[in-house]
Design a protein around this ligand. Sequence first.
Ligand SMILES: [Zn+2]
Length: 114
Amino acid sequence: MADCLFCKIANHEVPASIVYEDDSVVAFNDINTEATTHILVIQRQNIATLNDIKPCHDQIVGEVVRRAAAIAAERKISAGGYRVVFNTNREAGQSVFHIHLHLIGGRSLGWPPG
Ligand SMILES: [Zn+2]
């Protein structure tokens, strides 16, 4: 999608603080950082929401989740704990319609989230 912010970030058309990328996955610091660690992990492929996930996406979803865990390990927040969130559609706070995983950690997190 030509007008998708996260596609543009993945294609280096919009600057972002990229912390990891390979042929299928890109991770970058969230602009609205509230936690010590708040990183977004996306697949390069544009899939709008979790509602659009099909069996053919199982591998890429797995890669996104596994990359989040790897970044948490690099940041040394694995043992203390971190949270992974996929907001889906507007009432959940999704503002960019390209599936993205929020990796949040490095501080105590309340439960349940708001
Ligand atoms: Zn996109």
